[in-house]
Design a protein around this ligand. Structure first.
Ligand code: GLU
Length: 483
């Protein structure tokens, strides 16, 4: 068995979307699992639609996901000389022929055929021209394309996803492989490049199934060994329709900006159309995926892109990743939101890690963490009015309670969970209140919100000085509200 060589071959006409990323990932996983190579080919032969910006976005998307490629990137557009030579070689070997029928003539014949019997198929009239005439017309500068001469019979392969697939050749017309300007048609470019790159397994979306018989015919005509093929089923939205912009974010970069972690995205994409089989833990790191990825786990039916599952997956990875890796991700967003500068977060590194550890269990995305971190980073508290209405209903009572809490905590030393707990329990008992009735108003005073990590964690992370200052500020706020 030769070492597997796989490729991802995006057309740089847009962003890296989740379908493309899934194809890239499966190719990458297969190559890594089997000790092979994963190559990248930019299919930029459509000059009108290809952009450098899109090429860059594809590179960045793959790099963000951690899908590094081996060998230099291949740009299809720089191989047009080989594509042309391959077409000429097929003319010389009798597998293809020059066709002088103009687009205008073909169009007229198509219309006529469709009116008479329904379908139009090229009638091979140029295949009947003799060599001398062809040479004369070429020499006279008459434009021509090169068409592949489709043989009799049928063309099939054993797809790694779908099993045996076969197409009768009579349904395939003698297709053009080279335009009159010498540029290749898609199927020739792909086949010529896959042969040159010594690709052993072509894994791509099943929207390409209908191209595969044509490509197989070209492999044979060029005397090349066939690769294996695996056609991955479509990805649908939760409504069962083909995934599109209507379903929300479909670009990988959009999810990156929403605070999704690359490892969660990889894990999520891996399970779109593949399963390790049997009972398995869905949450997997990329190295764990590499260890179990196999073609027999590729699924035939369309998979569903469920953003809720992606967020859940993200929460799982947030919870288990190294805090040291999480800190810069959150730090950057905190700085961008103007909550605290990265240099300051660096100075308070240990404190910041403790805060992250408290918040990440309550978050599904990096952005959730940033939102939850706000009360711990801001100089003053912003009171959420709904939380105030609920927890500070009786103003005089609340004021008295918070004043008593302030005094009890002032007397509390050292500022550690245990003495703090004793102090607050004693206070609650003395006032005939359950701790919930004490913590609710306190939580709003300390964070401005009705949801936060546990009270003692909040007190510890805020520290003595800030916690006491916030209780004092809350008392003033209540006084202001009485007026
Ligand atoms: N460039 C094609 C696409 O983006 C892929 C071709 C292939 O994988 O064979 O759909």
């Amino acid at each position: 068995m030769p070492t597997p060589r796989l490729r991802f071959a995006p057309s740089p006409t847009g962003y890296l979307h989740v379908g493309g990323a899934r194809t890239a990932l499966f190719n990458w996983l297969y190559a890594r699992r089997h000790g092979g190579q994963f190559l990248l080919r930019v299919e930029d032969t459509d000059k009108a639609r290809s952009t450098d910006e899109s090429t860059r976005a594809i590179f960045e998307g793959l790099q963000w996901l951690g899908l590094g490629w081996d060998e230099e990137v291949v740009y299809q557009g720089s191989n047009v000389a080989r594509h042309g030579a391959d077409a000429e070689r097929m003319v010389a070997s009798g597998h293809a022929y020059r066709c002088f029928c103009s687009a205008f003539e073909l169009d007229a014949r198509r219309k006529q055929a469709e009116a008479a019997e329904g379908a139009f198929k090229y009638d091979r009239r140029c295949d009947r021209l003799d060599a001398a005439e062809v040479a004369r017309r070429v020499a006279a500068g008459e434009p021509s394309v090169i068409r592949f001469r489709v043989p009799e019979g049928s063309t099939g392969w054993t797809d790694l996803v779908h099993g045996d697939i076969s197409f009768p050749n009579k349904d395939i017309e003698d297709f053009v492989i080279l335009r009159s300007d010498g540029t290749p048609i898609y199927n020739l470019a792909v086949t010529s490049d896959d042969i040159a790159m010594r690709i052993t397994l072509v894994m791509r979306g099943d929207d390409h199934v209908s191209n595969t018989p044509k490509q197989i015919l070209l492999y044979r005509a060029l005397g090349a060994e066939l690769p294996q093929f695996a056609h991955l089923p479509m990805i649908h939205g939760t409504d069962g329709k083909k995934l599109s912009k209507r379903h929300g974010a479909t670009a990988v970069a959009d999810w990156q900006h929403e605070g999704i972690l690359p490892q969660a995205m990889v894990n999520f994409l891996a399970l779109l159309g593949w399963s390790p089989g049997g009972e398995f833990n869905e949450v997997m790191r990329i190295d764990e995926l590499v260890a179990v990825f196999a073609a027999d786990g590729l699924l035939r039916k369309a998979s569903v892109f469920d953003p809720k599952k992606l967020e859940w997956m993200n929460g799982q990875h947030l919870m288990t990743m190294a805090l040291g890796d999480l800190a810069p991700l959150v730090g950057r967003k905190i700085a961008a939101a103007g909550l605290m500068r990265e240099i300051e977060l660096g100075r308070r590194h240990e404190w910041f890690l403790r805060l992250l550890d408290l918040l990440r269990v309550r978050a599904r995305t990096v952005d959730d963490i940033v939102r939850l971190a706000r009360p711990f980073l801001a100089a003053t508290v912003t009171y959420d009015e709904a939380a105030v209405a609920k927890a500070w209903k009786e103003i005089p009572e609340t004021r008295a309670l918070l004043a008593a809490v302030h005094d009890a905590l002032t007397a509390c030393a050292p500022w550690e969970a245990e003495p703090l707990e004793v102090a607050l329990k004693t206070l609650a008992e003395a006032r005939g209140l359950g701790t919930g009735k004490v913590f609710g108003p306190m939580r709003v005073a300390l964070t401005g919100e009705s949801n936060s990590p546990g009270m003692f964690d909040v007190l510890m992370v805020l520290g003595r000085e800030t916690a006491l200052a916030r209780l004092t500020a809350a008392i003033s706020e209540l006084d202001r509200r009485t007026l």
